[in-house]
Design a protein around this ligand. Structure first.
Ligand code: NIG
Ligand code: FE
Length: 419
């Protein structure tokens, strides 16, 4: 199938030779070609340019032409942090929060992640898979064109591997690229465990099994008071140092413990959450801007801040320091039960002070880089997947944030096909 989009008001994130990511204020320079055309062939971007240089159509066979008058075309969202596989919702805990209990109090009383772990244990793999397929399908309808999915509700070696097998099965049947993260240390399992003994078991049994079975791309931990300490995190990161797995880590959701510096030290791919951020964290992230050092992506999750009523990640501070920021949904049953990346971008614009192009870059090119998918998604470039969003007619890109109760996305294309 061949598709031609013409009279596009603004073609966003289009490059002949794209960079892998954008840092700091350069995120606001995500390019926009005005009055553009775009050709798609075999599910990939074939060519693009301005309408005044449109070469005309030579071969009409099988060509679908779409007039995008007044509309913007963007790369589809790249959601680099989700917990999309889970067993049951936690609406009851939501009601408890509405009546005054905090997320932490609910967790301390055996709810939260432990609640999800009990539900997951009781649910057959095939049912978990069916629910995950539905959530993934909805996320794609809402504009997600690449996604990372974590384990972390198994809390036993077999339970975590069961989750990873589901993610592996999703990878096989999904039309969008998926990265799989072993969230090895999410909460201390019930029973005779403490954070340290479970971390040791994860290192000794879980990680080797996941590597041997080829089930994980990344390793994650929840470094937080009442969960896993910086010492546990250091042990875990040390254990994967010479393995094929890189780290993407939950840090600074409620407190600053020093996990950011540990992640920088070990060359993690991303540090995620960062609702709290200390001068020491900033200094550690700043060192990653030195020559030849691979960036450590700061992944902000405004859906979680919004839903839990906790601070929004101070992304302007990160960007002013030149650091690359990505936006992701954190889609999970406890702290962010939504995979709607358009809403995430709207929250980033309204609540975190990101300019529209900065937020779009954070949710596309930088999201792709935060899951090492820069070579196929996140920008509009010749040969890249035609995973695209076509907006409704908009006066300008600021309308995405301005009309916050509206869905500005009219159509989603995945591999060139309309959802
Ligand atoms: O990213 N903070 C740790 N993990 C998830 C929440 C998990 C849950 O509550 O089920 C998060 O917010
Ligand atoms: Fe998370």
């Amino acid at each position: 199938m061949r598709r031609l989009l013409k009279n596009i008001k603004g073609l966003v994130g289009a490059y002949e030779a794209p960079p892998s990511w954008l840092g700091g204020l350069a995120m606001g320079d995500f390019p926009v070609i005005e009055n553009a055309w775009l050709a798609i062939e075999e599910g990939r971007i074939a060519a693009f340019g301005t309408m005044d240089s449109f070469p005309g159509i030579v071969d009409w066979s099988g060509l679908e032409i779409e007039d995008c008058d007044g509309r913007y075309v963007l790369p589809a969202w790249c959601d680099s942090h989700t917990h999309l596989v889970y067993a049951a919702d936690r609406g009851g805990e939501f009601l408890d929060r509405l009546q005054g209990k905090s997320y932490q109090e609910i967790a301390e009383n055996g709810g939260g992640i432990l609640n999800s772990a009990r539900a997951l244990r009781a649910m057959p793999e095939s049912d978990l898979m069916a629910d995950a397929v539905k959530r993934l399908s909805l996320a794609m309808d809402q504009g997600t064109g690449a996604i990372e999915i974590k384990s972390g509700y198994g809390l036993t070696v077999e339970g975590e591997l069961k989750m990873l097998r589901i993610i592996q099965a999703l990878k096989k049947e999904s039309p969008i690229p998926i990265k799989s993260t072993l969230l090895a240390c999410h909460a201390v399992p019930e029973g005779d465990w403490n954070a340290s003994t479970w971390t040791d078991a994860a290192i000794k049994e879980l990680i080797p099994a996941a590597i041997e079975q080829g089930l994980a791309d990344y390793v994650d931990a929840f470094c937080e008071t009442g969960y896993f300490s910086v010492e546990d995190l250091n042990k875990l990161l040390g254990a994967i140092q010479n393995s094929p797995l890189k780290a993407k880590v939950h840090v600074n959701q409620f407190s600053t413990l020093g996990g950011v510096a540990a992640c920088v030290e070990h060359g993690a791919l991303s540090v995620d959450h960062l609702e709290e951020l200390s001068d020491e964290d900033m200094a550690a992230l700043g060192t990653t801007l030195e020559r030849n050092k691979q960036p450590v992506f700061s992944v902000a999750l405004p859906g979680c801040s919004h839903f839990l009523g906790i601070p929004f990640t101070p992304v302007r501070r990160l960007m002013d320091a030149g650091l690359p920021v990505a936006l992701a949904s954190d889609h999970n049953p406890g702290s962010a039960p939504s995979g709607n990346m358009t809403l995430v971008v709207q929250l980033a614009i309204i609540k975190m002070g990101m300019l529209p192009l900065e937020a779009i870059a954070a949710a596309t090119i930088n999201g792709a880089a935060a899951m090492e998918l820069s070579h196929e998604v996140g920008v509009i470039a010749p040969g890249w997947r035609a995973n695209l969003l076509i907006t409704k007619p908009l006066n300008g890109l600021e309308q995405i944030g301005y009309r916050f109760g509206e869905n500005p996305v009219e159509k989603v294309l995945i591999n060139g096909e309309q959802r």
